[in-house]
Design a protein around this ligand. Structure first.
Ligand code: ADP
Length: 462
């Protein structure tokens, strides 16, 4: 039997564009919103977009403030919030935080702590995929602790290989090793980097697959065993293993293959007993084999484009699922897999305050003039998008997510290009000129790109 507890007040344990995105979802559902902000975010827009806002992490660093579990719980209790939405990054993949919320009687808008735990460790996630009969990239089934094991893997499986931090994320904690002689140094470095970046030195090793596409499947699941996929996104346009431009649906894969990938992603999440929103990521080789890489147990930066092709509000669905609604309930309005339709094509560009002419160095300073693009089929999600905003070095450099939707892929790309051209941002440099080159490039337009596109296309920097 379903037990429903509708929220009156939700706290968003995050900042920037995603905090504002979640406030909007709450407000439309008639839920009061609570922002938290660090000392460094005293004038940040997300603070002013909520019904209430409270300082957290006083005397702590800019990042640490948003990781302060005790303070977060204290604010949530003092101001009587029903639930906390963690957004992405910060505490979103912290199983201890999810558990603390539940223990304190506050609903964590996300999956169960056990799911966060399992998918947060990529070695455990691979084991789960194997159990569900889902293909994984040939690799070690346990963390690799010694150099001898690492060298043995290289010898037995051949190079190139990739050393990955078990707790890694955000494209960090990965090292490609192209030959035997490079292994020793790479292995030591990978472990010490993993330790300093993620507090866990465990690494594992996989075959490095050349020229793959990154295809991921959006899943929504309720607490009663119903789950659906919302089709796939192609996130192959990456720089240093980080996504820059995303497309939904994928344009160059055969229809049957896309279908199979979506069904496989769904099967994994069902086998895991997962609930709320999550993404299953795969790599697809040039001969159309696909392999599981990881699960992200949270809302993703690029969820916007899936919303545009399906019309389904993923953040509102997360909230309704956390309240205890079943997927088929009119309150969520998700009709069942066969009735979920994908329509048109959506592209998202991550506009950052980075200078493409100087190796994408983050910029800081005041935005002296800000005028954005817009128009039919354009969606903007931003944190501090106004004249006078100060870009500090404290947080990641995402300035605004520009998403474009149109009936055909080509129209969507043209709409994106036209919108990027309309932007006028003075005072800080952005990656807009680079993004314009990407969405106008012939390989982008004919869908012939893989994860090496940016690295192997020097004309994007002209
Ligand atoms: P993160 O959690 O840091 O995002 P992922 O495991 O999702 O790391 O990988 C990020 C990107 O790194 C992938 O989209 C892909 O481009 C590249 N990558 C990861 N594993 C491999 C692999 N075995 N072979 C080739 N590329 C890989």
């Amino acid at each position: 039997m379903s037990s429903i507890r509708q929220f009156k007040k939700v706290l968003v344990a995050n900042r920037g564009e995603i905090a504002i995105r979640i406030f909007r979802a709450c407000t439309e559902l008639g839920i009061r919103t609570v922002a938290v902000y660090s000392e460094q975010d005293i004038v940040s827009l997300h603070r002013f977009k909520a019904d209430e806002a409270y300082l957290i992490g006083e005397g702590k660093g800019p990042i640490e403030a948003y990781l302060d579990i005790e303070n977060m719980i204290e604010v949530a209790k003092r101001y009587e919030v029903d639930a906390i939405h963690p957004g992405y990054g910060f505490l979103s993949e912290n199983a201890e935080f999810a558990k603390r919320c539940t223990d304190e009687g506050i609903v964590f808008i996300g999956p169960a702590p056990e799911h966060i735990q399992m998918f947060g460790d990529k070695v455990d996630a691979r084991a789960m995929a194997v159990k569900a009969g889902i293909p994984i990239i040939p690799g070690t089934s346990e963390p690799v602790d010694t150099m001898q094991e690492a060298l043995r893997f290289g010898k037995e499986n051949g190079y190139p290989v990739i050393i990955k931090a078990a707790s890694g994320g955000g494209g960090r904690g990965m090292r490609i090793v192209r030959k035997h002689d490079e292994m020793a140094e790479a292995f030591d470095r990978a472990r010490s980097e993993a330790k300093s970046a993620f507090g866990n030195m465990e690494v594992y090793i996989e075959k490095y697959l050349e020229r793959t596409k990154h295809i991921e499947v959006q899943i929504l699941a309720d607490r009663y065993g119903h789950a659906v996929h919302l089709f796939e996104r192609d996130c192959s346009i990456q720089r240093r293993h980080q996504k820059v431009v995303e497309v939904a649906p994928s344009v160059s894969l055969p229809f049957e293959l896309r279908n199979e990938i979506c069904e496989t992603g769904l099967r994994l999440m069902q086998a895991a007993g997962y609930y709320n929103a999550g993404t299953v990521e795969f790599l697809v080789t040039p001969d159309n084999q696909f392999y599981f890489i990881e699960v992200n147990p949270r809302v993703q930066v690029e969820h916007t484009i899936t919303e545009m092709i399906t019309g389904i509000d993923i953040v509102q669905s997360q909230i309704r699922i956390a309240e205890g609604f079943a997927l088929g309930d009119p309150e969520i309005g998700i009709p069942g897999q066969s009735k979920i339709k994908s329509s048109g094509f959506a592209i998202q560009c991550r506009v950052t305050t980075e200078d493409p002419e100087r190796g994408f160095m983050p910029e800081t300073g005041r935005i002296l003039a800000y005028r954005s693009g817009g128009g039919f089929g354009i969606r903007l999600d931003a944190g501090n998008d106004y004249t006078g905003a100060v870009i500090t070095p404290h947080y990641d450099s995402l300035l605004v997510k520009v998403s474009a939707w149109a009936i055909t892929y080509d129209q969507s790309a043209q709409k994106m290009f036209r919108t990027l051209k309309e932007f006028r941002i003075r005072g800080v440099k952005t990656n807009i000129p680079f993004l314009e080159n990407v969405v106008q490039h012939k390989d982008f337009l004919n869908g012939m790109y893989d994860t090496s596109f940016i690295e192997t296309t020097p004309e994007l920097f002209e």
